[in-house]
Design a protein around this ligand. Structure first.
Ligand code: 4AD
Length: 730
């Protein structure tokens, strides 16, 4: 309460506008408006104000004068009154809204009580309904009633077929006396029109999207000028609910709102798949698989036999750094990176072979084209030359696209998803690795160290995609140097520095296929094992192929999700499989051995020389990505370098509590304040806002409420910027 009578005290410096203040001298409010709200103005109220710390004092005056309480000035009172009036109006509006809401609730409850009394039954006198799928179009089977738009069901002359359909509510439009339900069953969609008592039941009044139901009714043409799937609609005469879908806060549209961030969409992929785009991608995926099988089994190419290789293996194909290992009854085993070696063992008895099988890559890369598990279409062809291999690949890819697009439904989906899709023109552009290096230098696209590309550099994902996007047509990139390719690749006899290898690069995605001729000479293969430091013993079954009638042979692997992302214009391969494990969920503690105990870390540029330090750190940065380790970067060296060039400004303010358990995240890719803004994040990371980091490493403690958000932002950033990098919790 205020001190005496109706005197209310306001100290603009130390007062508080919260329940801890009461307007007394010892506990003043901070603002006059708050004082008005707590003690509405009346004829007897007086408001005394002061600024006890910053109030005006004359040149040689005593600062104690600031402590004097003075009546609020007329202008301050006028201003506060105006704001107070607005406040009261707002309150009144809120009250009115609450009352209206309550009335609506009561009304809705009453309506629902009434609705519970409405019962519907199937009319036994109607013709027997037969069940159809929602895409059933046979005019002999599904006759459509023509006529004006009366909604009554009529099985007289010229009537439509009476059918029953099952599905889930895909769209719902409630127009009081008519409810339009668009049902979806995975094959098609159908608009069902509910009228009369069908709209008055409790089920109808509480119908939600995704509810599964069975509906009976007559098939009609859609009235002139109106639209519905397949230009028809069912006029329902009866329905049964099979499974009600959650509504309100749990409604599917809340779980996967249209503007939800991509991480939420990935977390809810099982629900997102019910959407039109995602299900279309899955249908194109199935069409692609069908097409590959058709092409391989046809005479279009020298036909290939399908084999089903194992997923659990004891050997590597594409380098140890990306192997997922597991305990196989006490022995170390791996999830296969590629079925290539297995396919190579098949050709001697089966001729050309192919497989469609999962491959696994332990790359904690959150780029838009990396998956830990992906579908690998691989083929191995016997007795052929490198040129034959390239021709075959070109033929397979082109024919697959042609077959997929020959299905009008699938073609419509592809162009709906990717209106600018271009059927690749044959022949694909051919470019040797050496030519690509020249091209990259000419176009000033730098390597991972921020330097002009040199012969021998691994052409990184970003550079490769930039090149592909600029050239904007499929490219066969051939003849990679021996050092940057897998051990099994055959050397080019014309230039022993390079291999008979080829990647197929597609605009928008980059590498879709990797293939090569294989070393067919036993001794040369043994030398390759030695060069790569791989023990050949476990590969006896592979090397035996060279002992028992070797042959010139080659093959390739095609990433189905990348092919699909290219055809359907998807931004990331993550939209291509049915589901992907969230890396964070899948390997929440896998990096616990690294356990940081640092007080900071550098935000540095992993790819080039521009390195800026954020806060000092106490030990070398262990958080280097596996990919970078594979490429031979030395993290401590890099950090030392970064410290030498240190400028001190802070990415995040690290409190002592934050210094122990740390979540770090790193982002590889140019970024600046502006770029991060769309992610709802504005870090103190750039003095001028100019682009400055290729890698950012941010820290937050486990108990820091920011941590979850940071991780999300980081992951989001990696997806969107399409950069290799990793996010992990330590
Ligand atoms: O170039 P890669 O690593 O080649 C091989 O595995 C060969 N042994 C294949 C063979 O010759 N039979 O991979 C081949 C293709 C890539 O071009 C890419 O499309 C896909 O597999 N791929 C991935 N797709 C999604 N996520 C990943 N992490 C992928 N790694 C490779």
């Amino acid at each position: 309460m205020a001190d005496s009578g109706s005197e209310v005290h306001i100290d603009e410096d130390i007062g508080k506008d919260d329940p801890s203040a009461n307007g007394s001298q010892s506990s003043p409010y901070k603002s006059l408006l708050y004082a008005y709200i707590q003690h509405p103005p009346s004829s007897s109220s007086s408001y005394l104000t002061r600024k006890s710390e910053t109030g005006p004092v004359s040149e040689h005056g005593d600062p104690e004068v600031r402590k004097e309480w003075k009546p609020a000035s007329a202008s301050a009172q006028k201003k506060a009154s105006k704001a107070y009036d607005q406040y009261k109006k707002k309150l009144a509006r809120q009250d009115e809204f609450a009352i209206r809401k309550k009335q609506e609730q009561v009304k809705r409850q009453q309506a629902l009580q009434e609705a519970m009394k409405v019962r519907i039954t199937e009319d036994a006198s109607l013709p027997r309904a037969f069940k159809i799928r929602l895409d059933e179009q046979d005019p002999q089977l599904v006759k459509l009633r023509r006529g004006d738009s009366t909604k009554d069901v009529d099985y007289g002359n010229g009537s439509g077929s009476r059918v029953r359909v099952t599905g889930r509510v895909h769209r719902l439009r409630d127009q009081k006396d008519v409810i339009f339900v668009t049902l979806r069953d995975g094959y098609g969609t159908m608009q069902c029109v509910l009228t009369g008592d069908l709209t008055r039941t409790y089920d109808a009044r509480t119908l939600t999207l995704e509810t599964s139901m069975e509906i009976w009714g007559e098939m009609w043409e859609v009235p002139h000028g109106q639209h519905a799937p397949d230009n028809r609609e069912m006029h329902a005469d009866y329905y049964e609910i099979i499974g009600k879908a959650a509504g309100d806060k749990e409604a599917i549209t809340t779980r996967v709102a249209k503007d939800a961030d991509p991480q939420t969409l990935l977390d809810n992929r099982h629900l997102v798949l019910r959407g039109e785009n995602s299900s279309a991608v899955m249908k194109v995926r199935a069409a692609l698989l069908r097409a590959f099988r058709r092409v391989y089994e046809s005479e279009i190419t020298p036909s290939c036999l399908e084999v089903t290789p194992p997923c659990m293996v004891q050997t590597q194909v594409e380098g140890g750094a990306t192997l997922f290992d597991f305990n196989y009854y006490g022995e170390k085993a791996y999830l296969t990176q590629s079925s290539q070696l297995y396919l190579e063992t098949c050709i001697a008895s089966l001729g050309n072979v192919f497989c469609v099988a999962p491959s696994f890559r332990a790359e904690k890369s959150l780029t838009r084209r990396h998956l830990s598990e992906y579908t690998h279409v691989e083929a191995e062809l016997d007795f052929l030359s490198f040129d034959d291999l390239l021709l075959h690949l070109e033929m397979v890819m082109s024919n697959v696209v042609e077959i997929v697009l020959s299905d009008p439904k699938i073609k419509a989906m592809v162009y709906e998803l990717n209106p600018s899709f271009q059927v690749p023109e044959r022949p694909f552009k051919r470019m040797t690795y050496a030519e690509a290096i020249v091209w990259l230098r000419k176009n000033e696209i730098l390597n991972e160290n921020g330097q002009p590309h040199e012969f021998g550099d691994d052409i990184a994902e970003a550079a490769e995609r930039r090149m592909t996007d600029i050239i904007n047509r499929p490219i066969f990139l051939t003849h990679f140097p021996v050092e940057i390719k897998a051990f099994y690749m055959k050397k080019d006899s014309q230039d022993l520095r390079v291999t008979e290898s080829a990647d197929v690069l597609m605009p928008g995605v980059g590498e879709i296929v990797g293939g090569s001729m294989r070393i067919d000479d036993h001794d040369e293969l043994m030398a390759a094992f030695k060069r790569e430091g791989i023990d050949p013993k476990p590969y006896y079954w592979y090397t035996d192929q060279r002992k028992y009638g070797t042959s010139p042979h080659g093959g390739y692997g095609l990433g189905l999700e990348r092919f699909l992302a290219w055809m359907c214009g998807r931004f990331t391969v993550r939209e291509s499989p049915a589901n992907v494990l969230d890396i964070e969920e899948a390997a929440p503690r896998s990096a616990s051995a690294l356990s940081f105990n640092c007080v900071g870390v550098a935000a540095c540029d992993s790819d080039s020389s521009s390195i800026e330090t954020v806060v000092p750190y106490t030990r070398p940065w262990d958080g280097i990505s596996e990919r970078e380790t594979r490429l031979g970067y030395n993290p401590s060296e890099r950090i030392n370098y970064s410290l030498k060039r240190a400028t001190t400004f802070r990415l995040f303010d690290l409190t002592p509590e934050v210094q122990d358990k740390i979540i770090w995240w790193s982002v590889v890719g140019i970024c600046n304040k502006k770029e991060l803004k769309p992610y709802g994040y504005s870090a103190k990371m750039s003095r001028s806002g100019r682009p400055m980091f290729n890698v950012m490493v941010a820290l937050a403690a486990h108990n820091n409420p920011e941590a979850g958000r940071l991780l999300k932002v980081a992951k989001q950033y990696l997806y969107d910027k399409d950069t290799p990098g990793s996010v992990c919790i330590l």
